[in-house]
Design a protein around this ligand. Sequence first.
Ligand code: ADP
Length: 398
Amino acid sequence: MGEVILEDVSKRYQDVTAVEDMNLHIEDGEFVTLVGPSGCGKSTTLETIAGLTKPTEGTITIAEREVTDLPPKDRGIAMVFQNIALFPHMDVYDNISFGLRLRDYETEEVDRRVERAAEIVQLEGMLDRMPDEMSGGQRQRVAIARAIVREPEVFLMDEPLANLDAKLRVHMRTELQRLHKELDATIVYVTHDQAEAMTMSSRIAVINKGELQQFAPPLTCYNEPANLFVAGFIGSPSMNFAEGNVDETGLATPDYHVKFEPGNLPDVAPGDTLTLGVRPEDVHLREDADSIANPTEPIDARTDVLEPMGDEIFVYLLTGERERAGGGGMETEAEDAHQLLMSVDPDSDVDIDEDVQVVLDRDRVHLFDTATGDAIAHTLEFPVSGPEATGTEAEGDD
Ligand code: ADP
């Protein structure tokens, strides 16, 4: 039914490639979010599905029909945009039903659809309100109701919450999830906000510079990012990265060494440059190391800045050489100190400017090929069958 399939879709404007070779197979009833930084091609991708932009190459299929050359109105889609364009002189009922009335639907049918849509977005009893008598969130619900009454196979939403204040945005996230459950429809949603993508979607398509980086459930993107871009983009605060050189016994970053057997990794040999990635919650104080099964060797660090968040404290650590300019009592850290962000329990008694030792959770350390950015492993506890492990065992080899 409401499947959406993009095959080899590219969109070029003179010298700009907005979307490059996009392949997405969105299942019927999925809530898929296109996420990536501003200008990465999210809206253009959505517009090609909507029919507002014609792809330079490739085909688009919606509900088993190829629609690449069809106008928006014949595609079985309804769109909700960031800018809520309601008619100011019409009440809620007229705003919601405007499209239907334009298409000469029977009054009873219009009533039925408006009532159902108003119920879904919880605007019953407000149908005679004027837009200027409503809050931003209520107006956005009117816009969503206007899409619902069209009873489309697929909803396309382009940053519909971007203009709402932070609290309302979080509230509307749960509303949209409820809406998705109730409508049982396919939703393709665009946002630059990775938290929004993580919380609402069945799968997220992470896009950078017009190219699809990973298309997977949110937690897969979080725990097994396909490359450095996804690893850095998904998760807040961001993953820590440290570049290092492979030696006979593991990886040497400028400030610490982690052990593993390079021979157990495909296409990795001593001398290679890899990037280690570790999330703040996978860095632990040494005294808490018994909470994890496989800690690394202790790493010397100094606490620099604390950010208490209530449910956790972010600790900015400095690792590596730290020359202190003593004398006047002021201490300055040398340029070659590196930052490592750690998240600790709120009741931890960590203080600033303290010398500490930390360990990394070896089961959750990521390795990336620095040159290509591709993920090589999502643990240091080899051998394991990671997602990248396919095709790694050359036949007949040892
Ligand atoms: P996003 O939605 O991720 O912010 P867009 O899809 O809007 O990104 O844009 C992707 C790229 O294509 C950007 O570099 C943008 O400047 C360019 N672009 C989008 N629309 C046009 C257009 N009509 N003409 C020229 N360039 C465009």
